[in-house]
Design a protein around this ligand. Structure first.
Ligand SMILES: Cc1cc2nc3c(=O)[nH]c(=O)nc-3n(C[C@H](O)[C@H](O)[C@H](O)COP(=O)(O)OP(=O)(O)OC[C@H]3O[C@@H](n4cnc5c(N)ncnc54)[C@H](O)[C@@H]3O)c2cc1C
Length: 308
């Protein structure tokens, strides 16, 4: 629905920062500027006027669009990521939502974290109600949950420097979404994530896929250090036309009782091809010289869009 596009969250990205535009139901628009320390330390934003001045210099079209608007509220929130010691206790208490931890608003994973936490909590409550000892499961779920949180944090830490670099951002959004749909969403959609018995046989596969993710995130961090300014060229990259994303999304529609390990392992094979392609493109390999399997799963449309 192209004419409804404005209703989604719009992200304007630049080196070391991004700006959100979120039209709220009440008719008010939320505008947020999220920065890494390098930009924050030089931006000198302390009130609505200085925020607008910063936008005029860095995102002039956004500044034009909100010129003359009435500010209803202004908040500054340094060091917004936080953690806490424990969220799932065998002593029959638990924390869900942002009272526990928060990583970063870029991909807006808040409801995912709430849903996952609630899944773990429900599973523990059900076991407790059946009179089972929940010590082990509480510890295991805490560990899984923390590893999801750490994995999520790794998508952002030291990566904001690359947010003005269209090649990095094109590849980053491709990889992060592929990994999210191919691994975490698969586990969630199959009711495996919050079920210790279903997770146990998958642990080795998951460790391998996590390692692959960390390798790719390290490449993004390396690239982000350059703080390149390669503005987008206005090419629309339709996720549905990216073969790996379409495939991962189709797999999510499989029935609940389809074998999750088989699907996970197939997804991992594809993710390895995509990882190879992402690595090659970051290294400047041309489309013609790219490994055919990577090209097959990333798709020529996407590659041409990035390299345009
Ligand atoms: C700009 C932005 C965009 C986002 N977009 C998305 C998105 O697209 N998708 C998504 O899933 N998530 C998104 N999130 C994250 C999502 O909003 C949060 O994850 C979610 O609201 C957290 O819910 P919560 O109930 O844990 O905390 P909150 O929503 O913060 O609720 C806590 C409530 O507790 C109240 N409270 C606090 N202290 C006290 C007290 N002492 N006594 C009584 N009440 C108290 C607060 O007033 C508040 O109402 C976004 C966040 C931001 C900032």
């Amino acid at each position: 629905m192209p004419h409804e596009r404005w209703k989604s969250t719009v992200h304007l990205t630049g080196p070391g920062y991004w700006v959100w535009l979120i039209p709220l139901e009440s008719g008010v628009t939320s505008v947020g500027i999220v920065m890494d320390d390098t930009v924050y330390n030089s931006a000198n934003i302390h009130d609505p006027q200085s925020a607008v001045r910063w936008l005029e210099q860095n995102q002039p079209r956004c500044a034009d669009a909100i010129a003359g608007a009435t500010f209803l509220d202004f908040v500054r929130l340094p060091n917004y990521a936080f953690d806490c010691k424990k969220v799932l206790s065998a002593d029959r208490w638990a924390i869900s939502g942002e009272a526990g931890f928060f990583a970063d608003p870029f991909y807006s994973p808040g409801s995912d974290f709430i849903a996952i936490a609630n899944g773990f909590i429900t599973s523990l409550m059900a076991d407790d109600r059946m009179g089972k000892d929940i010590q082990l499961n509480a510890a295991v779920y805490e560990k899984i949950f923390r590893s999801i949180y750490q994995n999520t944090l790794s998508l952002y830490v030291d990566q904001y420097g690359g947010f003005g670099d269209r090649l990095m951002m094109g590849l980053k959004t491709l990889w992060d979404i592929a990994y999210y749909w191919g691994v975490l969403s698969l586990l969630y959609f199959r009711d495996a994530l919050c079920d210790y018995q279903k997770m146990r046989p998958l642990i080795n596969d998951l460790l391998a896929t996590q390692e692959l993710n960390q390798q790719i995130q390290a490449l993004f961090r390396e690239r982000a250090k350059q703080r390149l300014v390669l503005p987008a060229r206005g090419v629309f990259l339709d996720q549905y036309k990216v073969p790996c994303l379409k495939y991962f999304n189709d797999v999510l529609q499989n029935p609940l009782d389809a074998d999750v390990q088989t699907d996970l392992q197939r997804n991992m094979e594809i993710l390895r091809c995509v990882a190879g392609g992402v690595t090659e493109l970051l290294q400047g390999v041309s489309l013609q010289d790219m490994a055919p399997a990577a090209r097959e799963w990333i798709g020529d449309n996407y590659c041409y869009g990035l390299l345009a």
